[in-house]
Design a protein around this ligand. Structure first.
Ligand code: NAG
Length: 200
């Protein structure tokens, strides 16, 4: 094996190592909330769409969620557990109304979102997400968290019992809108094929 080949092989190895660290489970993902066309009041056929969506996305620390909606009609506000339970949107932690609102999940714990358009929170346009700590463990919910969860469970009043949900078809769950970064795996594939070519 000549010197240039050796160098190439070393380069391939380096690339491989780099891409491995990039494509690890730490790659950040961005999720479009709800998997619907837009963030809005839940359709009558899917009153618990945001509850089910929250259960379907494997969010982790560093991920982001985005809300897509017509900015003239809606908003995305992050609220406390208490405000979430009471649907009190008068003093949100964070309010975005640009129509394409990105929230970064940078702290472990439960986060709460709703809309401050009149009546929307009470119609079930609310989302609670559990962000695990860096080690993947969920934090112990506070009393406020428990109360918020209870409020969510009682929403909306017209919701059908779980076993009678007609919309629990498999194709419902793959539109969670995950856009994980693929760069890592592409680099990995490139490095692997380069290494394979060199070994022939
Ligand atoms: C989330 O992070 C992106 C950049 O990564 C930034 O543009 C955006 O403003 C952040 N969102 C919030 C609510 O801070």
């Amino acid at each position: 094996m000549g010197m240039p080949t050796l160098l190439l092989l070393l380069a391939a190895l380096l690339l491989l190592l780099m891409s491995m660290s990039m494509s690890g489970c730490s790659a950040a993902a961005t999720y479009k909330v709800g998997g619907l066309d837009a963030w809005g009041a839940p359709p009558s056929t899917k009153p618990d769409v945001y509850i089910r969506w929250a259960k379907s996305v494997p969010v982790k620390l560093g991920d982001a969620v985005f809300f897509l909606y017509p900015p003239s009609q809606d908003s995305a506000v992050q609220v406390t557990a208490k405000a979430f339970a009471a649907c009190d949107v008068s003093d949100p932690l964070l309010k975005l109304h640009d129509g394409n609102s990105l929230f970064n999940l940078t702290k472990p714990g439960r986060v709460y979102f709703t809309s401050d358009a009149p009546g929307r929170c009470r119609k079930g346009q609310k989302l609670s997400l559990d962000v695990p700590a860096a080690d993947g463990k969920l934090l112990k919910p506070s009393a406020d968290d428990e109360a918020a969860l209870k409020a969510l469970a009682s929403l909306p009043p017209a919701a059908a019992p779980t076993e009678a949900l007609p919309s629990l078809s498999p194709d419902d769950d793959d539109d969670s809108g995950s856009v994980p970064r693929r760069a890592g795996s592409i680099a990995l594939a490139a490095a692997l094929s380069l290494a394979a070519a060199l070994m022939l």
